[in-house]
Design a protein around this ligand. Structure first.
Ligand SMILES: NC(=O)c1ccc[n+]([C@@H]2O[C@H](COP(=O)([O-])OP(=O)(O)OC[C@H]3O[C@@H](n4cnc5c(N)ncnc54)[C@H](O)[C@@H]3O)[C@@H](O)[C@H]2O)c1
Length: 246
């Protein structure tokens, strides 16, 4: 169990981010999350974390807005005084072939996934530098490594996150701040729910472990990277994909 530690997880009102917040809370972290709109998802996440006996601070803000990130990070610091772990998880897809992709589809995905990762990290890092301690875990994707037809925008954003992770890991290692990326494969969430059952079954068939992953599979890895057990790991991209990419 971790004690007196604070984790900020972006995009944690549902899906993988929510499961990361719950798993870290179960491991003793107090939690901060951001949200864009007050809704049932947000209330449920807060309730589930509080039921575990940990605090959950929820702050409003869109990761693609630098100003929002400046404000919500300040608010988290005002409430907790520090941030030990940052998980850049918020992400979107706008899939279509490049031939049909609008400029806005490309920009929106880059702005949330990649620029959003910059916006939040840039505002959190001064506090980690001051503490000479920190963990940053960026949620990339196997398609950021392998590419995927219909996802030029998304793959570019997730590949960008890998470059960002490695460069930052080199910049801040001397301050005892560890920066890693997690690359999930095909995980059952709302993001993948849009696919037809037939397509999902086909993908699962080609995964060595013969199943889609679940949010807990990803959260367990993030929990390890956030813990004291991983203190000699930085600048890495770790796949959690059932062996999809080898
Ligand atoms: N599901 C998968 O198979 C899979 C695979 C690889 C990587 N990932 C990545 O994992 C992360 C979580 O995905 P998920 O499957 O849980 O998706 P999801 O759509 O269920 O959840 C995404 C979360 O991000 C939040 N979000 C989106 N845009 C935001 C913004 N501009 N500002 C703040 N919050 C915002 C949403 O509100 C939501 O809470 C994403 O980065 C995604 O790219 C998912």
């Amino acid at each position: 169990m971790e004690e007196n530690k604070i984790a900020l997880i972006t995009g944690a009102t549902r899906g993988i981010g929510k499961q990361i917040a719950i798993t870290l809370a179960e491991n003793g972290f107090d939690i901060a999350i951001n949200y864009r709109k007050e809704n049932e998802d947000l209330e449920n996440t807060k309730k589930e974390i509080e039921k575990i006996g940990r605090k959950c601070v929820a702050v409003k803000g869109d990761v693609s807005s630098y100003e929002d990130c400046e404000n919500f990070v300040k608010e988290v610091i005002a409430q907790y005084g520090k941030i030990d772990v940052l998980v850049n998880n918020a992400g979107i897809t706008k899939d279509t072939l490049l031939m049909r992709m609008k400029k806005e589809d490309f920009e929106d995905v880059l702005n949330v996934n990649l620029v959003g990762t910059f916006n939040v990290t840039k505002n959190v890092i001064p506090y980690m530098m001051k503490e000479r301690n920190g963990r940053i875990i960026n949620i990339s994707s196997v398609v950021g490594i392998a590419g995927n037809a219909g996802q030029t925008n998304y793959s570019a954003s997730k590949a960008g996150i890998i470059g960002f992770t490695k460069s930052l890991a080199k910049e801040v290692a001397s301050r005892n701040i560890l920066v890693n990326a997690v690359a999930p494969g095909f995980i059952e969430t709302n993001m993948t729910d849009v696919l037809k059952d037939e397509i999902k079954e086909n993908i699962a068939k080609n995964i060595p472990l013969k199943r889609m992953g679940n949010a807990k599979d990803v959260a367990n890895l993030v929990n390890f990277l956030a813990s004291n057990e991983s203190s000699y790991i930085t600048g890495q991209v770790i796949n959690v994909d059932g062996g999809m990419l080898m």
